[in-house]
Write a protein that binds this ligand. Structure first.
Ligand code: ADP
Length: 917
């Protein structure tokens, strides 16, 4: 087939679209501008496409926003039905769509057809998966809580108005839920930006989960390949997807990107493309705190061990090429092993087999029979490949085959194999995205792991070995989101796709792929079965209310039917007042005592001194007395409680190193490898926290929990001292904080991996969950202990190590808690605490590539600095910047409950009685 007949066929099917899609209408750019789309195999112009910018992007966002309410209100079954129709149309038009991909992108048409199936499978998977995306009902944590709430609402009612209850008939258990439900709901408008390598499948991979979840989308395809995405949009309209739900704009990429970033209506950005653009989008997303999912690239090393089956290996590499990306060996730097005592090992045999296989590949136009490799996408890609090969050769690499432009001209490049590649060559650290295989030698398994991990990228890595133990060992040691064992990547919408480190954030595909497009609501519903209305003044007299009110109980409500009455306002107010007085009195007595002596008696000061030793190398700041110090004040009296070290970047860097070593001890063997020596005595840290079993980690957390409970009085006093809250509340905070440790101690043993049904017969797909590494945890002053354990608990439970920066207003409780952590057996270095100069500490946390996740609770202003800072190195972040919490009080509200819970929420009054542990 020739390109002209392919275009004619696509046009006959009505799939050759050149305008943008906004609110269900095909639109030109408002100023009439267009840009040209080329066939990279011939250099011919295929189409002039609307060149849109900020205005069109904003209108597309507005139409997606308008469509959101109705689309998200559809049931999952209704949305699925429409998406199923879309899927059927894609499959029905597989031929034209596959041809269109080849026309604008250049890949062999067989791969184009395959891409249509891959894209459609995303739609199919998510339209089914969304029906299985359940919320949770979480078992209540306090058995008496519901009753407590009901009773309290009666006693504590502050009434200056006459209130009349209207009781409802029993609600047949509708409200009879546990304390806490976890609901999931659609996010809103999603901005999606896709690249040229899989122009149809990438678009569908992003919009399928978003739309299945009830989000509406504005998608911006690559300007190099917009036509296949526009054809997908046409089929969406034909399938009956309502106007505005799916919008598409293309043209000035930075303008459109900026419009996505600036609009608060866009709640999530999903992007696949270069790391540079990904980082820019992450920084921009911080301004409106959008969710982001980033799928960025990076070379994918294949580690071929000397026990590999060569035939399987060459086949696997070929599969990596055809299914992974577009153009031959997009990927790949190959590391091949030489046996330890034999300097040739498998390397030379493998290089010869690979060269032979590469020589059989046929380069040509995608529509020509038997072609296995098309052109590069444009001149820029060609120049990049040439520069990489030139650099490698100039530094000693040898070309076994290829190494130059192809005789077909334009952007065709010969399939190339290079040997004697070393880590300092550009080709080892730059994403190749072209038909070049670069072979690097290694001698030991450890060196191979080091070479593979010595990169900021971590998307995919492949292992070729017949040794089962090695396969598990290496798969867990290399830092890649996708690991293939004796096989290339198999496309499966059911399996998560995404990278470690700077290769991305989040996972596309699989049940996890829905998370990026769902918000979670944690919903508390006490289980009483009545509602109330109040009518001011005109109904029953107060006396009647006083008499009846105190006798009312929820069971009685049911019995007495529709009407009942409640409570004496005066009595309630009196009790409420009394309660406050008691709390204040306790509070005051703590403030006035000689607290430091008290703490010393309880050994807390000792813990504080010991704590500094957890950061092993920060010698200058060890100890309580330092030259530079921060004073911690009692907010109730203004007194100085203690002077604590004022730490900054050097101490934080030491704490990070200490946490990094304790995570997996990699620092110790970096040096010999860097100078090219292979050490026999590969030193593994058997005590590394990430290597300790979940059971042992759980035991330590339990012990830490027990110690917090044992010291709850003293810890409570310390909280009251430095934070100011009433002692009663402070002790409850200790119990809550210990509760997090209890929960995560148990949860540590329940972090299961998945086995996913494979899409091909002879393969198994596993999802293995690994600790991310060093976590930087930044906590505020309001719940200085509970926030600490809520962040440190899950990190330690998973095998991560932590550098904690408590608020400099309330560091003492963090020191005390960390001292108890040591006592509980959590090893020195697994939890490090640095406090003092917050901007410096945060800067060090953000600057270090060793810190793989930042978890922050605090001010939104700081959060807006942390998010782009973390984006710079593509760190995972979990941010909880807070904000006012509106309480909507309806006229049928139980006022007592409302007032009480609002006071609690504002941290004025703690409604729960102190429960003995
Ligand atoms: P690649 O090297 O894979 O082409 P890019 O990151 O350059 O990666 O492109 C991927 C997508 O990002 C394309 O759709 C491109 O138009 C888009 N893009 C490029 N620059 C920007 C930008 N400044 N803002 C938003 N999108 C951009």
């Amino acid at each position: 087939m020739d390109p002209q007949s392919a275009i004619a066929q696509v046009k006959r099917a009505g799939l050759f679209r050149t305008q943008g899609l906004i609110g269900g209408k095909w639109m030109d750019a408002y100023d009439g501008k267009t840009f040209e789309v080329y066939n990279p195999a011939t250099g011919e112009v295929l189409a002039n496409v609307a060149c849109m910018g900020k205005k069109e992007a904003n209108d597309a966002i507005a139409s997606a926003h308008a469509a959101f309410t109705s689309w998200s209100k559809l049931t999952t079954a209704e949305r699925s039905k429409l998406m199923r129709k879309w899927y059927d149309l894609l499959i029905a038009h597989q031929t034209e769509l596959g041809q269109l991909i080849t026309l604008e992108q250049g890949k062999p048409v067989a791969e184009g057809y395959n891409e249509v199936l891959i894209g459609a499978s995303c739609l199919e998977f998510f339209l089914e998966e969304v029906k299985h995306c359940y919320g949770d009902i979480i078992p209540q944590t306090q058995a008496d809580r519901r009753m407590t709430w009901v009773l309290m609402s009666m006693i504590m009612w502050p009434g200056s108005v006459l209130v009349l209850y209207r009781l409802l008939p029993p609600l047949s258990g509708q409200l009879n839920l546990n304390d806490c439900s976890y609901l999931r709901t659609s996010m809103g408008v999603v901005g999606a930006i896709t690249p040229w390598n899989l122009p149809l499948a990438m678009a569908l991979r992003k919009v399928s989960p978003a739309m299945a979840c009830g989000c509406t989308v504005v998608i911006k395809p690559s300007e190099l390949t917009p036509l296949s995405a526009l054809a997908v949009a046409e089929l969406a309209l034909q399938a009956g997807i309502p106007p505005g739900v799916f919008n598409m704009v293309m043209g000035f990429a930075p303008e459109i990107g900026d419009a996505f970033l600036a609009s608060p209506k866009v709640r999530a950005i999903t992007f696949t493309g270069s790391t540079a653009v990904g980082k820019m989008l992450l920084a921009g997303a911080a301004q409106t705190v959008k969710k982001t999912s980033m799928e960025l690239g990076g070379n994918a090393p294949s580690m071929i061990f000397d026990d590999a089956d060569l035939e399987v290996t060459v086949k696997g590499l070929n599969k990596q090429k055809t299914l992974d990306f577009v153009i031959l060996f997009d990927v790949i730097s190959v590391l091949s092993v030489s046996a330890h005592h034999d300097h040739c090992g498998i390397h030379d045999k493998f290089a010869a087999a690979l060269t032979k296989a590469v020589q059989t590949l046929r380069v040509g136009h995608g529509f020509d029979e038997g072609v296995t490799q098309g052109p590069l996408i444009n001149q820029a890609a060609l120049h990049k490949i040439e520069a990489l090969v030139e650099d490698a050769v100039s530094q000693g690499a040898k070309v076994l085959v290829g190494g130059k432009r192809h005789s077909l001209g334009l952007t065709f490049y010969e399939p190339t194999v290079l040997v004697d590649v070393t880590s300092d060559m550009l080709i080892s650290s730059t994403e190749i995205f072209g038909p070049v295989l670069a072979l690097q030698r290694f001698k030991t398994e450890e060196e191979a792991i080091h070479l593979a991990n010595d990169s900021n990228a971590g998307l995919a890595g492949y292992i070729y070995t017949e040794n089962l133990r090695r396969c598990w060992r290496v798969a867990e040691a290399i830092e890649f989101g996708i690991v293939g064992v004796n096989d290339g990547l198999i496309p499966a919408a059911s399996a998560p796709f995404g990278g470690f480190k700077q290769s991305g954030l989040g996972r596309e595909g699989s049940k996890y792929g829905l998370d990026d497009f769902l918000e979670s609501i944690r919903l508390h519903i006490p289980s009483y079965k009545f509602q109330l209305q109040f009518i001011v003044g005109s109904h029953l007299p107060i006396s009647f209310a006083v008499l009846c009110g105190s006798a009312v109980h929820m069971h009685i409500y049911d019995k007495i039917g529709m009407w009942g009455v409640l409570i004496s306002v005066c009595l309630a107010q009196f009790v409420w007042f009394l309660n406050s007085v008691v709390l204040l009195a306790e509070h005051f007595s703590v403030q006035c005592s000689d607290n430091w002596a008290l703490l010393e008696e309880n050994g807390l000061k000792l813990m504080m001194a010991r704590l500094f030793r957890t950061c092993r190398r920060s010698v200058p700041s060890i100890g309580v007395v330092t030259i530079m110090s921060n004073s911690v004040h009692n907010p109730a009296t203004g007194e100085v409680i203690a002077d604590v070290p004022c730490m900054g970047q050097p101490e934080t860097n030491d704490a990070i190193s200490s946490a990094y070593e304790m995570f997996n001890f990699q620092d110790t063997f970096e040096a010999p490898w860097l100078v090219g020596m292979c050490t026999e005595d590969f030193e593994k840290n058997e005590d590394a926290w990430s290597k300790v079993t979940a059971i042992e980690r759980s035991q330590c957390l339990w012990k830490w929990h027990d110690l917090l409970i044992a010291h709850k009085e003293e810890l409570g006093q310390l909280i009251t001292l430095e934070q100011g809250k009433p002692l009663n509340e402070a002790i409850i905070e200790v119990i809550i904080a210990a509760g997090y440790l209890e929960f995560f101690a148990e949860e540590a043993k329940h972090v299961y991996s998945d086995i996913i049904p494979s899409t091909v017969a002879d393969c198994q797909l596993f999802v293995i969950k690994q600790p991310v590494g060093v976590v930087g945890a930044i906590t505020p002053w309001n719940f200085p202990l509970a926030m600490l354990t809520s962040k440190v608990g899950p990190a330690l439970a998973c095998g991560c190590t932590v550098v904690l920066e408590p608020s400099e207003l309330t560091p003492l409780i963090a020191f005390a808690a960390a001292g108890l952590a040591l006592e509980a057996g959590i090893p020195s270095g697994a939890l490090n605490v640095v406090t003092g100069n917050a901007p410096d500490i945060e800067h060090a946390l953000l600057a270090s590539p060793k810190v793989r996740k930042i978890t922050f609770t605090g001010l939104s202003a700081v959060e807006k600095k942390i998010m782009p800072g973390a984006g710079e190195t593509l760190r995972k972040v979990s941010l909880e910047p807070g904000g006012n919490a509106p309480c909507i009080v309806f006229d049928d509200t139980d006022l007592g409950v409302a007032v009480k819970s609002i006071l609690w929420d504002s941290a004025w009054v703690w409604p729960f009685p102190l429960k003995e542990q």
